[in-house]
Design a protein around this ligand. Structure first.
Ligand code: NAP
Length: 275
C-alpha cells in the first residue's frame, strides 16, 4: 500500500477518515492525492494531513494505482462519466464507498473492463470503528483485493460479500445498524430516567453497558444468545426483563425492520442506477 498512489475523488468526512487511517498505518501522505471542488476543504486537507490536493479530478487520477470515489451517491455517475476513459486506459483499481450505488451501474458508467470494488462502510468508520462490506467485480485481482482490504481495514473491520444482491441486506444490518443500537440506548436511557435516575446517570449507565456488552460479544468465542443465557439467572431480574422484551416479540420486530430496510435499499439502488 505504501508504494501505491491513491487518488480520492471527494475530500469530505469519509475520505478524511480513510486518509487519516491510511497515514496512521504507514502510507506516506506524498502518495495520496485528493480532488475536491471546495477550496477550504482542500486547504484543510493539505494543512492537516499533508496530502496533495487539487480541484481537478482528472489531475488527481492521472497515474494513480487506486482511485477512491468518495462523493455522495448522487454524484457518482457524474464523476464516473468524467473519468471513464482515463480509468479504462489506466485500469486503475476503482473503489466506491458510495452507499447504495451498485458495482454493475458503476462498471456500466465506466464503460466496462475496469476493476471495481464496491464498499458499504458505516458511520463508525469515522472513528476507525467501522464495519465495511466489500464486493469485487471480475476484473479485480488478488493484489487489488489486498489493496482494498488494507484501505478499508484502516477504518475498522471488513467482510467480503460474493453476491452483490446481498449488499442490500448488508445495508440493512451494518449500514443502518448503528441507528438500531442508538434507538435501544435511547429507550434504555429514557426508561432509567423514568425509574427515577438522574438523566445524566441513566445515560452513563446505558452507554457504558452498551460498550461493555459489545466488547464482551466481540471478544467471546460464544454467540450472543449463549452470552445472554449466561447472565440470565432463573427467577432473576434479567430474566424478568428479557421475558418482557420477548412478549413484544423483539425477534419478529427486527426481522420486519431489516426486511423493510433491505427492500428500501433495493429501491434506492434502482433509483441511483437509473440516472
Ligand atoms: N459519512 C458516513 O458515515 C458514511 C458512511 C457510509 C458510506 N458513506 C459514503 O461515503 C461517501 C462520502 O460521504 P461523506 O459523508 O464523506 O460526504 P461529504 O462529507 O459530503 O464529502 C463528499 C465530498 O465530495 C465533494 N464533491 C462533490 N462533488 C464532487 C465532484 N464532482 N468531484 C469531486 N468532489 C466532489 C463534496 O464537495 P461539496 O461539499 O462542495 O459538494 C464533498 O467535499 C458517500 O457516497 C456516502 O454514501 C458515508
Amino acid at each position: 500500500m505504501s508504494d501505491s498512489t491513491i487518488a480520492f475523488i471527494g475530500g469530505g468526512n469519509m475520505a478524511r477518515s480513510l486518509i487519516g487511517g491510511l497515514i496512521a498505518h504507514g502510507t506516506p501522505p506524498a502518495r495520496i492525492r485528493v480532488a475536491d471542488p471546495d477550496a477550504d476543504q482542500r486547504e484543510t486537507l493539505a494543512a492537516r494531513l499533508g496530502v496533495t490536493v487539487t480541484a481537478s479530478n482528472s489531475e488527481a487520477v492521472t497515474g494513480a494505482d487506486v482511485v477512491v470515489l468518495a462523493v455522495k451517491p448522487a454524484h457518482i455517475k457524474t464523476v464516473a462519466d468524467e473519468l471513464a476513459s482515463q480509468l479504462r486506459a489506466q485500469a486503475s483499481l476503482t473503489i466506491s464507498i458510495a452507499a447504495g450505488v451498485r458495482e454493475t451501474d458503476i462498471s456500466r458508467w465506466l464503460g466496462g473492463g475496469v476493476p471495481v470494488v464496491r464498499c458499504m462502510p458505516n458511520t463508525p468508520s469515522l472513528l476507525q470503528s467501522g464495519m465495511t462490506a466489500l464486493y469485487a467485480n471480475e476484473h479485480v485481482s488478488q493484489a487489488h483485493r489486498s489493496l482494498s482490504e488494507t484501505m478499508l481495514q484502516a477504518v475498522g473491520e471488513i467482510e467480503w460479500i460474493a453476491d452483490e444482491g446481498l449488499m442490500d441486506a448488508v445495508t440493512a444490518v451494518s449500514g443502518s445498524g448503528p441507528a438500531y443500537f442508538f434507538l435501544v440506548m435511547e429507550a434504555m436511557e429514557a426508561a432509567g430516567a423514568e425509574l427515577g435516575l438522574d438523566p445524566a446517570s441513566a445515560r452513563r449507565l446505558t452507554l457504558a453497558t452498551a460498550l461493555g456488552a459489545a466488547r464482551m460479544a466481540n471478544d467471546s468465542d460464544e454467540d450472543p444468545a449463549t452470552l445472554r443465557q449466561r447472565v440470565t439467572s432463573p427467577g432473576g431480574t434479567t430474566e424478568a426483563a428479557t421475558k418482557a422484551l420477548e412478549t413484544g416479540d423483539i425477534h419478529a420486530v427486527f426481522q420486519r425492520a431489516l426486511a423493510t430496510a433491505t427492500e428500501r435499499a433495493r429501491e434506492l439502488g434502482d433509483q441511483l442506477g437509473n440516472q
